[in-house]
Design a protein around this ligand. Structure first.
Ligand SMILES: [Zn+2]
Length: 197
């Protein structure tokens, strides 16, 4: 999931229990990745942001990777699956896969900037498109690990991704914006269908 989202500083002392749970899940996940043929290097850590409004994300910095999981994800019963998913991103970055190449993404984004797509919603949707591509390649790995270990079984995945879907189009009166938003909803629906279809 998005690597450029805003990061909030959290107090570790208030997170002792979550830190233990997450630490155990992290160790177990590294093991599963190695056994599935996707070894993860030691330059990765997982932290909890209790106030994060979505499941989690990963960001690279100075050759290291930080996986951020939300407080809700810790409580959701889906923590293991989430960390495997984020490890899929880490593996793609560690192995320099083009889908996670900062250079390739910047190049593609610059092409759009040249066409003066300056509205906030346009920038947001372009970032979502990049995230979808990254997620597809991360999940090619994570779904293999899920299947091998009966993590995130199809009926749970089905429910999870149904929650991503929007059944109807948006009509706000701003025709140009509506075209963008509805195209992005269609893309998101297609992504969710692909994940559990
Ligand atoms: Zn992701």
């Amino acid at each position: 999931m998005g690597r450029e989202r805003r990061w909030a500083i959290i107090k570790k002392s208030s997170l002792k229990r979550e830190t233990t749970t997450v630490g155990e899940a992290f160790q177990k996940t590294k093991d599963l990745m190695r056994k599935a043929g996707y070894p993860i290097e030691d330059n990765v850590r997982v932290v909890v942001n209790p106030n994060l409004g979505f499941m989690g994300y990963t960001f690279p910095k100075a050759g290291r990777f930080t996986i951020v999981v939300s407080g809700a994800a810790v409580e959701s019963g889906l923590l293991g699956g989430l960390i495997v998913h984020e490890m899929g991103h880490v593996y793609r970055m560690q192995t320099n896969h083009p889908s996670h190449s900062g250079r390739a993404i910047s190049y593609a984004m610059d092409l759009f900037d040249g066409r003066a797509l300056k509205m906030d919603y346009q920038q947001k949707i372009l970032h979502e498109v990049v995230n979808h591509v990254e997620d597809l390649y991360a999940d090619d790995i994570s779904f293999k690990v899920f299947q091998k270990n009966n993590l995130f079984p199809p009926e749970v995945a089905g429910q999870f991704f149904q929650g991503w879907m929007t059944p109807s189009t948006v009509v706000s009166g701003d025709a140009r914006k509506d075209r963008w938003v509805n195209a992005s909803l269609m893309l998101r629906n297609s992504f969710a269908l692909r994940q559990y279809g």
